[in-house]
Write a protein that binds this ligand. Sequence first.
Ligand code: ADP
Ligand code: MG
Length: 592
Amino acid sequence: MKPLFNILSFAKSLWRYYVVIGVFTVLLSILTLLQPLFIGWVIDEIRKGTGTNMRYVLLLAVLIFVIDVAVTVFSNIGGYYGDQLSLKLNRLLSRRYFAHLLELPQSYYDTELTGTIINRLNRSINQITDFVQMMSNAFLQFLFSTVFMLVIVAYYSWPTALIMLTIYPIYIWLTTRSSAKWQAWQGEKNQALDLATGRFGEVINQVKVVKSFIGQRLELRHFDQQYKKALDVNKPQSKYWHTHDIYRRIVLGILFFLIYLYIFYEGARGRLTPGAVVTLVLYAMQIRIPIFTISMLVDRTQRAIADSKDYFEVMRLEPTITDKPAAPALRIKKGAITFRDVVFRYTSDKPVLKGVDLAIKPHTKVALVGESGEGKTTLTNLLLRLYQPTGGTIEIDGQNIMDVTQASLRRQIGVVFQEPALFSGTVRENIAYGRPEATDAEIIQAARDANAHEFIEKLEHGYDTTIGERGVRLSGGQKQRVAIARALLKNAPILILDEATSSLDSRSEQLVQEALERLMKSRTTLIIAHRLSTVQHVDQIVTLKDGRIDEIGSPKQLARTGGIYAQLLALQNQKPGDQRDTGLKAFDMAEK
Ligand code: ADP
Ligand code: MG
């Protein structure tokens, strides 16, 4: 019952639509229910032969026609509101899911495939919408027409009404009996399908990798396997359902057989007029509809519960990273960053950072150097509060980042990621993402400082050129410069640079480098350097080893200590070759 309540309470803000739809369905059922009654009256009237009141018969015929027209009109009006309801509900569910996902911590995304997340949403929305529509359309109608019909039938013949009444509990009982087993199967099926779709999305996103490793067949096989799992479950599930449906319907058939027998018998004995017999038979036929409706209701309910389970599970996840109540905004006067004994682990196993102490002076450039996997990126994730330290504190200008609002913290930190991720849209929109209220002049200035203005001007539509999915492809260096322009426009006092890859050609690289220099001016910058040349120009180098800070010092100082940086310098001076390159690679470094 709880999941049902969940679904209904989620959609309760749309109650006006349910009411309107409910009113129309009730009107509809009253109208349809009047028809058998009128037909019975007509039959009894025309049995009088020549004494038939033709005006009365004609009036009834016209009424039957008018009812037909009214039914058509009302059902379409109801349908119109149904359509509105369905899209509104869709928006409501999707938006809440989206908003919730955006609040979930980064760690949630470490374990979920994008496709899975999306598939779950689609499935839940379809089923919930179906269910709610069904409820608003059929439930009232079912309730109303059943009561109405039973009252009329009871008026003619109360034993017939009594037999009809017993059908409901028997039928509902037969339908629900199969529910638990069916739902368990459905859960398994959904899991397999989610995995298939999740992988599907991943593959499409990285189709280049798949092709270059000739992975197509492998991917298709994986896809087939997941579907096979779903099919394997589907077979017994469907068989089970349909077998039960046969039982149900046979029981129903027997009950109706008894009802008809009784009506015919009563008619033959003269206790019912032929008109009453027809009316009752028509009602008996019509009552099948609400009975099927109720089994459909039960069926849809089962589906909705099973298929929205994952959705509600996601919705129940608590965002673990939240602002404290009445948290103040971060105020930056200088931009000093202090890590105090920071300990961090991603999952329960061994910590990545085992106690990092680091004080970064305002307006300085600090390079993080360490072997790949030592936790350089992790340190910046913590500063952005995408994850929270397991122990220790991080302060900016003396304010613990846990105590201020996340928005104010992230507003003050500009980030240029190693992989410049842009959105599909125009170049202008992408730059303006750094500060949506920026003027055109400011956007252009940012692009100039990022050495991007020149190439943007040369694009077919300049700043209005669409890039990404449906637009122009930019080169790696161009994307990087747009990303830098975006960060420049944000104009944050603290900067995190996961430096551009060295895969850029040397001209782009130089342009990017210049842009970065401009970006770093008078800001506190944390650089994860991928080139020794960058490291040579920072104020301080921080080397990481075994989850702790190994050395801190200026490039000059560290060149002589024999530590990590000194070793890297030595590697650099070796003659070019495999050994040198693998040595540098271990530190996420490229030559130069
Ligand atoms: P670096 O940037 O220095 O190469 P990272 O900070 O990315 O290293 O990673 C540090 C360690 O944490 C690595 O051992 C990596 O496997 C692990 N790690 C990184 N990201 C995650 C994550 N999202 N979930 C679990 N472990 C992670
Ligand atoms: Mg990294």
